[in-house]
Design a protein around this ligand. Structure first.
Ligand code: SF4
Ligand code: SF4
Length: 167
């Protein structure tokens, strides 16, 4: 997931997660200290890897995140309540400066602050086009608040396929 092909939010019509599971396959998900503390308290330390001063969620079968579970033809995160911020934000990227150039279509203002928002085209849920009202005025504010750490609950920024019951 590099920065070279990120799409400025103003070129995106909408986004919806179809629970394809691609983003939980192969990637290393970093945990912030408080996220690690919460996960380790419930699941112990065997679900994480340590490396270069960072903590990552471990991979399980097939190089998938250890918390990913199959359900029919979808993949579901079983860590919902403790999902790390890196997972909550994907495929969105919040930057304080433009990745490409000034005026690249990434400017987004929230409560008087300027952010630069992009989407990772590796996600199958990204639809190119002119931003819908819902995308610009409901989804993006939620992403910004999650990125700022002032919101934890996901309403617009999560998949509709989130229900998962442990076997
Ligand atoms: S965020 Fe995108 S890549 Fe990840 S499961 Fe949803 S649709 Fe697939
Ligand atoms: S914690 Fe959940 S969303 Fe994040 S990589 Fe693992 S299964 Fe995917």
């Amino acid at each position: 997931m590099g920065d070279s092909n990120l799409i400025p939010w103003s070129e995106v019509s909408s986004w919806a997660c179809n629970a394809c599971g691609k983003c939980c396959l192969g990637y290393r998900v970093p945990l912030k200290p408080d996220e690690y503390a919460r996960v380790a308290k419930v699941f112990g330390t065997n679900v994480v890897d340590f490396g270069l001063g960072k903590v990552y969620l471990k991979h399980g079968y097939g190089n998938r995140c250890i918390f990913q579970r199959p359900t029919q033809d979808r993949w579901i995160c079983s860590l919902q309540a403790m999902k790390p911020m890196a997972c909550k934000l994907f495929p969105f990227r919040l930057h304080s400066k433009p990745v490409y150039r000034k005026g690249d279509g990434s400017d987004y203002f929230f409560k008087g602050r300027r952010f630069h928002i992009y989407l990772d085209p590796d996600c199958d849920g990204v639809v190119a086009g002119r931003p819908t009202e819902r995308f610009a005025k409901q989804l993006l504010p939620e992403i910004v608040q999650i990125g700022m750490g002032v919101r934890h609950k996901q309403r617009y920024s999560t998949s509709k396929y989130i229900s998962w019951t442990p076997p």
